[in-house]
Design a protein around this ligand. Structure first.
Ligand code: SF4
Ligand code: SF4
Length: 137
């Protein structure tokens, strides 16, 4: 992946939006749990970051994935994430837009967070655990 151009790297993202969900880490096991609560910059209509260019300045905890840091971040990415799959030596799923040629194939396959999220401001911080969704990791 280190040989990829910036455009090739960006094209790997299928736009599922899963990585933009708030996560909880178990103190004892360090296991990461995904919730259906979206980062405050996430746009549920487009399933994209509301300010991709400035994401790290606006959300300090946002991790900007690069070919150089994917190795240490792959473990907490969703199991369907193209970056994680390639980092772990796997192939892209058959619904990935680079395979189908159609960006809508992500939603059609049920892998998009489009229309499935809650906004941070809608949820009480103490209730985060109630919103854990299994099966993303
Ligand atoms: S989980 Fe991976 S493929 Fe999905 S939006 Fe995030 S970076 Fe892109
Ligand atoms: S800042 Fe943007 S890219 Fe980063 S987690 Fe939030 S919505 Fe996703």
């Amino acid at each position: 992946m280190t040989d990829m151009s910036r455009d090739e790297w960006e094209a790997l993202c299928d736009g599922c939006g899963k990585c933009c969900m708030l996560k909880l880490e178990d103190d004892a096991t360090h296991r990461v749990h995904y919730t259906n609560i979206a980062c405050r910059l996430f746009d549920d209509e487009t399933c994209k970051c509301g300010n991709y260019a400035l994401r790290q300045q606006l959300v300090a905890t946002c991790v900007v994935l690069t070919p150089e840091n994917i190795e240490r971040n792959a473990h907490w990415m969703p199991s369907t994430c193209a970056y994680r799959l390639l980092e772990e030596g796997n192939t892209l799923p058959n619904w990935h837009p680079l395979i189908t040629g159609n960006p809508n194939s992500v939603q059609k396959s049920g892998n998009s967070m489009h229309g499935k999220t809650l906004a941070e401001y809608e949820v009480n911080e103490e209730d985060l655990e109630v919103h854990i969704i299994e099966g993303l990791l």
